[in-house]
Structure formats: C-alpha cells, structure tokens
Design a protein around this ligand. Structure first.
Ligand code: UT7
Length: 323
C-alpha cells in the first residue's frame, strides 16, 4: 500500500525574541504568572517585513533542502494558517510564487491550532489516492497581528513562526512498522465556536478582528478531546503509549500537555516541549517542535511519533507517523 513518508523538515522563526519580562513592561502581567500558568518563557514576534508568507517560504526552503528535493519535485503545497497575508488569494499561492513553482496546486487550510494536523491528514489522503507524489505541508502563523495587546489574558500566550515537512508516496506493506503516516483522525464541534474565535472577518465586520478566548473553558475541554482522539489512533493501529518514541503535541500550554501525557501514560521523557521557547504558534507549533527534535538529534528514522492538536472551532486531531 502507499504510505506518505516524511522526507525532510524545516522551520523559520522571526528575528525578534520577546521575553516575559519584556512583555511585563507593557502589559499588566508577570514572568511568574505566565510561567506558572502556561510554561511560556519567551516567544518570537514578527517584525513588519516578516509575514506568514515570508516565514512559510523560509521554512519551506529548509524542508526542501533537508528532503533533498526541489520545487520541481513537488506536486502540491498545503499551508495551514489562520493568519494569511491577505483574505485572498490563499497565502499558499504566494509561497508557491516565492518558491518559483508554476506547476501543481497550492491552497490554504484553516483549522486554527489544529491546522497542521488537518493539513498533514489532507496531504496523506491526496498521496494515498495517487493524486500527488510529493506534497509540501507548511504551518505558518503571525498571530501577533490578531492579538489585542491590551488584553493580558490572551496577548501573553501566542507567538509567530513557521515549520514545514515534505511528504512522499512510498510503498509500504500495510503494517505498523512501515515508515510514513500510519493513521490520522480529525474531529470538530462548532458548538464551541464562541470559546475561541476572532471577532472580525470580511463577511461580518469587514475588519481583521482580534483573538478572543475563554481560556478556562478551552482548558476544561482540551485534555479530554486530545486523549479521546489519540485513543482512536491507538485503536486503529493496535499501537499503544508504550510504542511511542516521541509525543509532539500542539504547544499551547504546558499544563495541558503534561495532563494529556499523564492520562495516556506517555513517559515525560518522550514529550517534546517547546512552548517555553515559542509560546503558542497555532498551526506552526507542531512543525516548529519537530524541527527542534530533529536538530537536537532526538528524532531519528524509524521512530514512532504521535502528533496531536486542539484549537478554535473546536477542532482537534491526532496523527501517528513512523519517521
Ligand atoms: O491553542 C488553542 C488552545 N488554547 C489553549 O489551550 C488555552 C487554554 N487555556 C489556558 O491555557 C489557561 O486557561 C490560561 C493560561 C489562558 C489561563 O490560565 P487559568 O489558570 O485558566 O487562569 P484564569 O483565566 O482563571 O485567570 C486567573 C487569574 C485571573 O485573576 P482573578 O480573577 O483570579 O483575580 C486573571 O485575571 O489570573 C489573571 N490573569 C493574569 N494575571 C497576570 C489572566 N491573565 C493574566 C496575565 N498576567 N497575563
């Protein structure tokens, strides 16, 4: 059977690091509060010349190099983002143009913090259907542009950045020791849409709007939703928490990550944590964390990796992939 194998990965961060102490000079908050409630120590914030498209392009170039391919080898670009450069066209086509690619297709995928898991799942379906041989999947965000910098309950939580992977169709035998994506599971429930949303948009206010979140409400649902969809991934493959080499969750809050790992009985040394360095970068957080684990030598070929995310919508999902 066809498997979508990860050939390479890459990431790009804005130049500007903003520590909790720096934020505390402008907002009524403290380093202690932010670290205690979220685990965040710093985040990267884009300068005016750094956009979702430019960060996405930079991450894509690193991933293509790492994969040993060029844009000529890519059939499709899927960009997960909720902070596009423009309302339309899709920022994916902007990145396509920046990369000098004129063939194939490029489109954006909007599932907020679950965007990367949705984009990887979509790419896997195209590859398995024989519609594409290699797909560039990017998660890129500039959430700093939709934050209300007067609202301390949200502005301390998010950051900017981008990450990318290249997926390639390869033959597998259909067993769980195949390389590539073994299973993926997506969920959403729009009845929670008021708990995490942006209060603007082309069809309503004709403005971009600002992020609004009922943090406690999101927190309340997060662990149950995350663990539920991961259990689905385990049942579909016959794999368990003991088989996992690396758990790379969406990086929203250290307490949510720790509680999810504990409930699933995933050992803490298998959890890749980057929320301290990046803050919550929405659809970019998983590929940014992948990049960290690749660069520091933890993530190696053959490792079984569990990806998971939950965010606005609510949307949530999990992917099991053998590197
Ligand atoms: O990626 C998408 C998914 N999003 C998430 O996963 C976020 C989920 N939610 C959370 O991570 C947490 O709910 C937060 C980190 C957002 C907040 O933590 P919490 O423990 O739920 O705090 P809280 O909202 O209950 O606020 C506790 C107190 C309040 O003061 P009072 O009413 O107790 O006097 C807030 O006003 O903390 C206050 N507070 C702050 N204090 C200092 C809220 N924000 C801040 C702040 N600095 N930045």
């Amino acid at each position: 059977m066809i498997r979508s194998v990860i050939l390479g990965s890459g990431a790009a961060k804005p130049r500007n690091v903003v520590t909790n102490e720096m934020l505390a000079e402008k907002v009524d908050t403290t380093d202690e509060w932010i670290q205690q409630r979220t685990g965040i120590q710093q985040r990267y914030i884009a300068e005016q010349d750094e956009t979702t498209a430019s960060l996405g392009e930079a991450a894509a170039r690193v991933a293509l190099d790492d994969a040993g391919v060029t844009v000529d080898d890519i059939d499709m670009i899927i960009l997960a983002t909720s902070t596009p450069n423009n309302t339309f066209p899709a920022t994916a086509v902007d990145i396509q143009q920046r990369l000098g690619m004129k063939h194939g297709a490029a489109f954006d995928m909007q599932a907020v913090c679950s965007g990367f898991v949705y984009a990887v799942t979509t790419a896997d379906v195209y590859i398995k259907a024989g519609q594409a041989k290699r797909i560039l999947v990017i998660g890129a965000e500039t959430f700093s542009r939709i934050l209300d910098w007067e609202d301390r309950t949200t502005c301390v939580l998010f950051g900017d950045g981008a990450g990318a992977i290249v997926l390639e169709a390869q033959e597998g035998v259909g067993l769980s020791n195949d390389r590539g994506i073994l299973t993926s599971h997506l969920r959403s429930d729009g009845s929670h849409k008021e708990k995490l949303y942006v209060d603007g948009g082309p069809s309503t206010t004709q403005t971009v709007g600002h992020l609004r979140m009922q943090g406690k409400e999101v927190f309340k649902h997060a662990v149950a939703m995350i663990t539920d969809v991961i259990e689905d991934a385990f049942s579909a493959t016959g794999l368990s928490a003991d088989d996992i080499d690396w758990f790379i969750p969406h990086q929203a809050n250290r307490r949510i990550i720790d509680a999810s790992a504990k409930k699933l009985k995933i050992a803490s040394e298998k959890v890749v944590l980057t929320v301290n360095q990046h803050g919550n970068t929405s659809a970019a957080s998983i590929p940014l964390a992948i990049d960290v684990a690749r660069k520091d030598g933890r993530l190696k070929e053959g490792d079984l990796v569990l990806l998971e995310a939950m965010g606005g919508g609510f949307t949530w999902g999990a992917v099991l992939v053998r590197w």
